[in-house]
Design a protein around this ligand. Sequence first.
Ligand code: CP
Length: 309
Amino acid sequence: MKLSTPHLLGIKDLLPQDIRLIIDTAKQFKEVLQRPIKKVPSLRDVTIVNLFFENSTRTRISFELAERRLSADVLNFTTSASSVSKGETMLDTVNNILSMKVDMVVLRHSASGAPHFLAKHISSAIVNAGDGTNEHPTQALLDAYSIEEATGSLQGKKIAIVGDIMHSRVALSNIHLLTKMGAEVTVAGPPTLIPKYLTEAFGVNVTYNLKEALQWCDVANVLRIQLERQNQPLFSSLREYNIAYGISRKLLDSLQKKIIIMHPGPINRGVELDSDVANGNESIILQQVENGVAVRMAVLYLLAGQLVN
Ligand code: CP
């Protein structure tokens, strides 16, 4: 089985069978990761560069671990320690790195569309590790894997995505993926943080009432308020956001059902999630991080299988 694309630029470009193939391959890699010897030779002689033009903790470490578990040769690039600070463009930076015979590029960039731009100009396989407010495809894949692992399937599941939908690449990638795979999606948050086109474009439900969304869903994927992407205030204060849209133990206990709590990280504790919820029995936040390594191994393995030598 092969992916229908030579790059992973976004979930938007994937077919449902691509998503199924990645999740099923990740299940096999998760089994490998439970063994005493966690390393496999699958990507021996494949060179991968991790180009992070924007900060990251989870995604950068997870990709690097996935690459090393697959025995790839790994190069790491961060903007602060590079010649980008001397005015070099992204394309010049990448072309210089590629002249050293690199097979795959994992790219995080603050500009939406940066990986799509690179894919038009270079021949290496590109993996989008988050581009601006556009997509974060491996996050959505690991979220889907974690939902399936916790509940048995994606088909027919009710997923609430809560918080700053407007600025979230995680929200957009999750909406693409979940609707392609037969899940029902409701987005919940303040009206100023939810784009008006969502229902028409994707058929998702919109509510401004957090409790209504939580009472409806099987799983709540809770997002961070992205203050760094807001050029004007979109709600009165973090304290008031927490009162209206923060998930507390009291709120969870008031529901007539048990739900699963997810968060892509980084968490703003006491804003969108209280600590006793983030650390509670309903939370699968650390399982998401664990599953991220297997999912990224699957993505890299499947794309490497399509490399032209
Ligand atoms: N979830 C996520 O993308 O986290 P990082 O920004 O730490 O990579």
